[in-house]
Design a protein around this ligand. Structure first.
Ligand code: ASP
Length: 350
């Protein structure tokens, strides 16, 4: 394994962050870990662009196996985790439909998870029910051979890995403007049921002087649990904002779709996107250096013509997600030090 060497590049060495085992919710993720993961993500991106760098990454974890247990629809999270594993040489197995697992024979969730853990070194899981990743992690903490659990979306409660890639995207977007500290971030759409914005609100407590502006139909306003958390963390927010009134004040506008899969009455399909969408009619009111983000998939809330606007960050955000997931796996398997230590200049010189 290629290691060591001094890099001639100018870079900020992150503060030593605590090791990471389970990644279940955004609580407990501190600034040191965020800075470390962001620095790792940038080094992984740089390495992967060069054939020797890509081979170096491929040689880091070829002895590890991952289980991708996704029993709720997923495109981005599944594919980006799968590809993140392959970038590091990790072999993967998957269940994408609960009807193909022994759960249909009545096997308990706990027994299924314990079975997966017998074969692999990490379980990445998405379930329609809230709290399942936490249940799996609690089980792992009780058994003799625990493996890390990564929450890839648990019902409507949390989705910590998009929140991490959002932090990375925001930090990159504002790198010449002091990073995330002091920024005004608008969150728009279905904030009550959108798990990415909920997780992102928790992570933003790590930044100084951030202000949040919530723009949501009243029935989809941000949940009281998240507001209580913001209150405890001293993060100010504005509720019930009208996009037209605040659009010019925002440094970032994080747009989300209506989470219609949770509807019982089709209510969310009757939203007026003139109030909760971005398109040619209102994008001109955004600051010239603001960024537009979206966890994807999108609905009518972002007009496709916005894709060509230099402020649109959602496709970059999506790609950042794969690199951030590589960083998370490196951190969990404590292979991050090899990436931090490798001489990037020497490795990518030719
Ligand atoms: N892909 C994200 C999620 O799984 C966002 C969304 O679906 O709206 O939560």
């Amino acid at each position: 394994m290629m290691r060591g060497g001094q890099s001639g590049e100018q870079r900020r060495i992150p503060m030593a962050a605590a090791p990471l085992f389970h990644l279940v919710d955004p609580n407990g993720i501190d600034r040191a870990l965020l800075d470390d993961l962001c620095a790792l993500t940038t080094r992984v991106r740089t390495l992967a662009k060069h054939p020797d760098g890509a081979r170096f990454l491929l040689g880091l974890l070829p002895d590890r196996r991952a289980m991708l247990y996704f029993v709720q629809p997923s495109t981005r999270t599944f594919l980006s985790f799968s590809n993140a594993c392959h970038i590091l040489g990790i072999r993967t197995s998957e269940i994408r439909d609960a009807s193909t697992s022994s759960e249909v024979k009545g096997e308990s969730f706990e027994d299924s998870i314990r079975t997966f853990s017998s074969y692999v070194d990490v379980i990445v899981m998405r379930t329609p029910e809230a709290g399942q990743a936490a249940r799996a992690a609690a089980l792992m903490n009780r058994i003799p051979r625990p493996v890390p659990i990564i929450n890839a979306g648990s019902g409507r409660d949390h989705h910590p890995t998009p929140a991490l890639l959002d932090i990375y995207t925001l930090e990159r977007s504002f790198e010449d403007r002091g990073g995330i500290d002091g920024k005004v971030i608008g969150m728009m759409g279905d904030l009550r049921r959108g798990r990415t914005v909920r997780s992102l609100c928790h992570l933003l407590q790590n930044y100084r002087g951030v202000r949040l502006v919530f723009i949501a139909p009243p029935q989809y306003a941000m949940g009281d649990d998240v507001k209580a958390h913001l209150r405890n963390s001293g993060i100010p927010w504005v509720d019930d904002a009208r996009l037209a009134d605040v659009i010019g004040d925002l440094d970032a506008l994080y747009v989300t779709r209506m989470q219609t899969e949770w509807d019982t009455d089709g209510d969310a399909t009757r939203i007026d996107y003139a109030d909760y969408g971005v398109g040619p009619a209102n994008v001109g009111h955004l600051k010239p250096d603001a960024v537009i983000m979206h966890p994807l998939p999108r609905g009518p809330e972002i007009h496709p013509s916005i894709d060509d606007d230099p402020r649109a960050m959602y496709w970059r955000q999506e790609r950042n997600g794969m690199w951030m997931r590589v960083a998370i796996l490196l951190k969990i398997f404590q292979a991050d030090r090899f990436v931090h230590e490798v001489d990037l200049d020497a490795l990518t010189r030719n």
